[in-house]
Design a protein around this ligand. Structure first.
Ligand code: PLP
Length: 403
């Protein structure tokens, strides 16, 4: 077989469909976020990032940087091994204690990313619990879907954010079936929020465990940044809370928070935990500082909410349609992959605004969009510039305006 031609043909097809991904070559600059350099051919150009998941700008917060510098000098670069073999550093232990405290659980367990935590925890739980059936929200993230698939357990998809459909599906199982309801609090692409209490009520009625991905909520919601469940006083109702250290907390890593026995079970059986080198101590120290800061400081959360509201109001004034989801992610639907890329190319080249086009398979075909994420560090001038730029492109391309 001519392997190279095969690869090229597949890539050409992606290009024709408008789904080929190009990464912007950025140089982040501590202290300047959301501004950064675009390292394009010729001279680097200044741009404003409008699609980062460093939602609160914690990736450059002085407390985080100081903690990371200190730990790097104390401990050196790497962790030195898997957690089991020489890789457990004191910072990992402190970080797990901090995470358990954040979610009000007895224990927490660290992973190298949010993706890994979902993949490892869901696959281990569903594979090892005899006869387990997983009830999975239709809009769950790829990492959850892959984890469930890897478990080979039976999976039943329930309609997105629909406790009544979940109930119908649980009721159809033989009584006493071990089951796990897997869902997210804030959905990453539509930005909508789950009815956590109603889902927990249904799960309780059928003796199902609950597994909540709070990746897009931790740091951002709740009086201490514990997520939507904390904001709604529901943290105690979840069997497992999963989160990331990469988005609201601005560093990298993932975790689950749950009972001691459950965390110990995953620690003891999950291949994705056991057989990989632990995150570097300086990373753990940075995440620890970020969580500690956001537990006591509401400043970032309040400014974040204010910027989201200001952006939405400015988009309304300009008639640029956006999805009102009650959260901090602002999806602007274009509905065509080629047009979506045209919009974002022009934003970048003509206006110095970086928004990555979101195309299939991240979202279903026909729902291609811009996914705009304001941070507390975007200024009012940044918002005005973004909306003026969008509005100009909307007119040029005759895109649909909001009524
Ligand atoms: N869960 C959800 C809902 C996500 O959107 C993502 C990534 O964007 C992840 C998990 C993976 O988290 P991480 O980026 O820390 O790997």
């Amino acid at each position: 077989m001519d392997y190279e031609s095969f690869f090229r043909r597949e890539l050409d097809e992606l290009r024709q469909n408008g789904d080929y991904r190009i990464f912007a070559n950025l140089q982040r600059q501590a202290g300047r976020f959301p501004h950064a350099l675009h390292m394009r051919a010729g001279a680097p150009a200044d741009l404003t990032i409008w699609c980062s998941n460093d939602y609160l700008g914690m990736g450059q917060h002085p407390a985080v940087l100081t903690a990371m510098h200190k730990a790097l000098d104390e401990c050196g670069a790497g962790a030195g091994g898997t957690r089991n073999i020489a890789g457990t550093n004191h910072y990992h232990v402190l970080l797990e204690q901090e995470l358990a405290d954040l979610h009000g659980t007895a224990a927490a367990l660290l992973f190298n990313s949010g993706y890994m935590s979902n993949w490892a925890a869901l696959s281990t739980l569903a594979a090892r619990l005899p006869g387990c059936v997983v009830l999975s929200d239709a809009s769950n993230h790829a990492s959850m879907i892959e984890g469930i698939r890897h478990s080979r357990a039976k999976k039943i998809v329930f309609a997105h954010n629909d406790p009544a459909d979940l109930e119908r599906k649980l009721a159809a199982l033989p009584p006493g079936t071990p089951s796990l309801v897997a869902f997210e609090s804030v959905y990453s692409m539509d930005g909508d929020v789950a009815p956590i209490a109603a889902i927990c009520d249904v799960a309780d009625r059928y003796g199902a465990m609950t597994y909540l991905d709070e990746v897009h909520a931790v740091g951002l919601y709740g009086p201490r940044g514990g997520g939507i469940a904390e904001r709604e006083g529901l943290a105690h109702r979840l069997t497992v809370t999963e989160g990331t250290l990469a988005k609201g907390f601005g560093v990298i890593g993932g975790y689950i928070a749950a009972s001691s026995a459950l965390c110990d079970f995953i620690r003891s059986f999950a291949s994705g935990f056991i057989f990989t080198t632990a995150i570097p101590p300086a990373i753990a120290a940075g995440a620890l500082a970020s969580i500690r800061h956001l537990k006591t400081s509401d400043t970032e959360r309040l400014a974040h909410r204010q910027r989201v509201a200001q952006l939405r109001a400015a988009l309304d004034d300009a008639g640029v349609p956006h999805h009102r989801n009650g959260g901090h992610i602002v999806p602007v639907l274009v509905g065509n992959p080629i047009l979506c890329k045209q919009v974002t190319d022009r934003l970048l080249e003509e206006f110095g605004v970086y928004v990555q086009p979101i195309n299939y398979p991240t979202v279903p075909r026909g729902t291609e969009r811009l996914r705009i994420t304001p941070s507390p560090l975007h200024s009012e001038a940044d918002i005005a510039h973004l909306v003026r730029s969008l509005s100009a492109i909307w007119s040029d391309l005759s895109l649909r305006r909001a009524a």
